[in-house]
Design a protein around this ligand. Sequence first.
Ligand code: SAM
Ligand code: DTB
Ligand code: SF4
Length: 327
Amino acid sequence: MFIPATAPASARQNRTLEVSEISALLDRPLINLVFEAAAVHRRHHDPLRIQCSQLLSVKTGGCPEDCGYCSQSAHSKTAVEAEQLLSVAKTLEEARRAKEGGADRFCMGAAWREVRDGKDFDAVVEMVEGVKELGLEACVTLGMLAPHQAQRLQAAGLDYYNHNLDTGRSHYDEVVTTHSYDERLATLAAVRDAGIHVCSGGILGLGEAREARAELLAELANLEPQPESVPINSLVPIEGTPMGEEQGIDWSELVSVVAAARILMPRTTIRLSAGRRGLTEEAQALCFLAGANSIFMGDQLLTTPNPEPSTDAALFAKLGLQPASGS
Ligand code: SAM
Ligand code: DTB
Ligand code: SF4
């Protein structure tokens, strides 16, 4: 029996959510699901405020992992060339520009399997310190992390660590074979134990069934405590990758996952992440109504384009939305 959204959030956090009940939630009429999610959203968040993060790829391409969706995997022949780690100075210049553009969080991504202690990690720690000095929240996504590395990032002032579970456990082997689901969970535990906020979500459109989406939501919502941030990406198909020909998912599936995530994780920030260029304004509006309250802003994600800032500003104006950091 699914606990109705009118029950206090604590009621659902005290027990394990079953995949079957989340599947049933995703199968509900979309109109009812969005209505319920919108009600939960308003109880816990200002529905007019959207948290705005900006991304920068600080180490692009040449990744040893074989994630089938990714432009940066050395296993795929894509247009992305492998690069060295960006300098601290260049990174902080981009962070300054992001702040001027209205971002409140700066997220730095590296195409690494895992963090290795050494000069590159030292430089990333410096980047985190510099971003914090600019008065921005700092987030990094660097692949797998050992507990001592998480502690070092925490000491540098890191606010969030992004590490996505990407899809349900049953579908994971179809997506990546060079690391396991349990390794992803171990990194999330190291992040949590170090006292850094957890940012973890997934990608829709990897050829998964609805059941796998329910599994992903169950994994995330059953984490204790629940992640502070859950990015929901729609696959950006990349030519040359095993998933480059996948058909995009229908907007209604995306809205239902956003709504279910909001109902299951009432306090979490839910980010409408990669794939917004493929969505109409109306579909994005429904996602914001259903509880999405964060986006990536700026015209570039990691290696692919994002909506132009002026396009997002026009959408925000039409919907009466404001960046979370704005007055
Ligand atoms: N290497 C690190 C890792 O895998 O955790 C960090 C970088 S990785 C590019 C960060 C996340 O971006 C992935 O977990 C995935 O969810 C998302 N992502 C990558 N390529 C994508 C694509 N083509 N479409 C949508 N999301 C994508
Ligand atoms: C997340 O969930 N999405 C971001 C961020 N975390 C690192 C990455 C999106 C990448 C989209 C494809 C690209 O630009 O390469
Ligand atoms: Fe590497 Fe991350 Fe891309 Fe996987 S998603 S290939 S780990 S950069």
